[in-house]
Design a binder for this molecule. Structure first.
Ligand SMILES: C[S@@+](CC[C@H](N)C(=O)[O-])C[C@H]1O[C@@H](n2cnc3c(N)ncnc32)[C@H](O)[C@@H]1O
Length: 226
């Protein structure tokens, strides 16, 4: 499905987020504190978050995704922008092909909702992070109660799928989008999961009127044997 929409993905993102998604990725990249780091962006898609990591001084960026078409789009985009310190890996987030403790920071944007096993995916991200390294997750979250939440639900569940379906030419892909949020943990539950997979210092920042959350967590330093 992601391969089918790769070519039109960026344009659809700008339309669906009312132009706000770029700013959210900038905030997520800043939270990863990537300056000088070896960074992994999981579910990198067309590479927009990887690009933000580069802008904030990442020394080397690895973009991983299980869609070859998305990786092709990311590779072309970053090459066109003169980025030479990025590499691209075809990989499943649930089975990352990297040794434990490899990366200084690990990021993901709009990926967690898609994972068949969220806990395993988070545990994999924690595994490949070095002690002291940071994990940043940017994704939609359950909308806030009240009028704003009601309006958002109308937009997200009713208006957006047919509009995005027509613009993208792929109605099935954009019927999937609202379904991916059904049953997804709210921001507090996701914060708990991050702790359960061994991470600490979990912080949650809501953006987009409370409809999008940026979770940040740190892998605790390894305990030296006494
Ligand atoms: C909604 S897109 C987000 C792309 C990008 N991170 C962004 O900010 O626009 C989700 C991406 O995650 C990838 N993805 C979903 N599940 C995955 C998995 N289990 N392993 C690797 N990539 C996955 C998809 O191929 C797709 O490129």
């Amino acid at each position: 499905m992601f391969g089918r929409i790769a070519r039109r993905y960026d344009r659809l993102n700008r339309i669906m987020s009312l132009g706000m998604d770029g700013r959210w990725r900038q905030q997520a990249a800043a939270s990863a504190k990537p300056d000088g780091s070896l960074a992994l962006d999981i579910g990198t898609g067309t590479g927009d978050l990887a690009l933000e990591l580069k802008k904030r001084g990442a020394r080397q960026i690895v973009g991983a995704d299980f869609s070859p078409d998305m990786l092709t789009a990311a590779r072309s985009k970053l090459a066109a922008k003169g980025v030479t310190n990025a590499s691209w890996t075809l990989a499943d987030a649930l089975h990352l092909p990297f040794p434990e403790g490899t990366f200084d920071c690990v990021t993901n944007a709009f990926v967690l909702r898609n994972l068949a096993d969220l806990r395993s995916g988070l545990a994999e991200m924690a595994r490949v992070l070095r002690p002291g390294g940071r994990l940043v997750c940017l994704d939609m979250t359950q909308p806030p109660p009240g009028m704003l939440g009601t309006l958002y639900k109308l937009y997200f569940y009713r208006l957006l799928p047919p509009i995005a379906g027509v613009i993208s030419g792929d109605r099935a892909a954009y019927r999937y989008l609202p379904n991916s949020l059904v049953g997804f943990p709210d921001s507090a539950e996701l914060a708990e999961l991050l702790v359960e997979v061994g991470l600490a210092e979990v912080e949650v920042r809501k953006v987009g009127g409370g409809t999008v959350a940026i979770h940040t967590a740190v892998k605790p330093p390894a305990i030296e044997p006494a």
